[in-house]
Design a binder for this molecule. Sequence first.
Ligand code: UDX
Ligand code: ADP
Length: 465
Amino acid sequence: MKITSICCIGAGYVGGPTMAIIAQKCPHIKVTVVDLNEERIAAWNDDDVNNIPIYEPGLSDLVAEARGKNLFFSTEVEKAIDEAQMIFISVNTPTKTYGLGKGMAADLKYIELCARQIAAVAKENKIVVEKSTLPVRTAEAVKNILDNTGNGVQFQILSNPEFLAEGTAVQDLLNPDRVLIGGDATNGQEAIDALVEVYANWVPREKILTTNLWSSELSKLTANAFLAQRVSSINAMSELCEKTGADINELSKAIGMDSRIGPKFLKASVGFGGSCFQKDILNLVYIAKTYGLNKVADYWEQVVIMNDHQKRRFSNNIVQTLYNTVSGKKIAFLGWAFKKDTNDTRESAAINVSDFLLNEQAKIAVYDPRVKEKQIINDLIYLKSRSLDDIKKGVIVYDNPYEVCRGAHAIAILTEWDEFKEYDWQKIYDNMQKPAFVFDGRNILDAKKMTTIGFVFNAIGGANE
Ligand code: UDX
Ligand code: ADP
């Protein structure tokens, strides 16, 4: 079967970039991305492509090229489902905040809604592709809903998890390490082949891996768990480095040169963030517990516990270094996004660190090159730890890095934006309170240069000290 029409439900950080690449690489396929969120769709359709809702290097050019030709953004979910041969489900699967599995399990209510909607609308056979990260065996539930509530048409379910990382999404999609397609080879080979053919338009066939549904679903959770585990492992060692005089950067280099370990994902930090790592590990822990595998669950839970510890440790260090009180002191945050080159702030360490410091009555001043004030305030409201009034009293957002640091007692680097390295640090130092403290939560600044200027400089894991 040759695919000529695709619809993607969910115009987020995964659905948007993925569909833009498919549209660009497959001019013969009409790609429609739909979302219930009218504001988000309007932003995707903004005449000025710089206003698309997601900041991702290279993405606005891609959208400019394909939009209106074979790439469309719309709120007409039913129409798009009706017209498409293949439907990607790329909606959010946040951690449940209520009931059974609260705080651990993935909330599948948006997935279920999509399945019910597809079943209600479809008048012809459809291939349904799980793009969102899902607990293992979700495809079974999706298939049950489709088959039991549909109009008698045939549905084939595929799992096609997305491995792109934010900030490098376009490159990751153009040159993926692998594309994973899970399906039922006995009854659904035609659907598997159809999706393989879509990717084969630009991905070498040897990188397109087909597996059964459950391996595909579980591989995505496993990949994220392994990546997060590496960050927690190196962060655990950063604390030991601080006690022993070892340097975490030297340690990372030394172990990363072992080809069995490899150099990536060994950068010590204030803690990992992002919409995936914590959510997916908690989900994995929940699944393991559901099967009674408590030792497996405890093992993976430690990755999240260590990450929480790292964020707390970073905050405590600021308070202790500033003579045990930050009450009334201006602490400048450079960065709010969970990593550089994205405007995404979900689970960003900056949110927790600011929460701890607000509890200590600090005055938080924030500058991030891509995150807007509204988002920062919303992130703090979402914590439900204080009123909007208190947030506004405690947090000021700036649009200039030199102003955010002016008069500050300390600077905390929360995101590794490249531009932070290029600032005139002497000028920043001259305008700060003395002693002028810097807490580099990303180990991006040159410790020797900073101490020569006069800063009291703190890096994670004693890096370069
Ligand atoms: C991750 C996976 O990498 C990706 O394959 C999956 O599809 C989604 O989840 P993402 O969350 O976008 O991607 O970014 P990633 O680059 O993995 O970084 C996650 C967090 O870990 C960030 O906060 C980052 O700063 C932190 N990190 C990463 C470190 O602290 N140190 C490292 O060495 C690497
Ligand atoms: P991700 O990072 O996984 O892409 P996002 O939260 O950025 O997640 O995007 C998910 C999108 O899915 C949101 O824009 C949300 O409005 C949309 N969405 C959720 N449920 C539905 C639904 N039933 N129909 C259409 N869009 C939906």
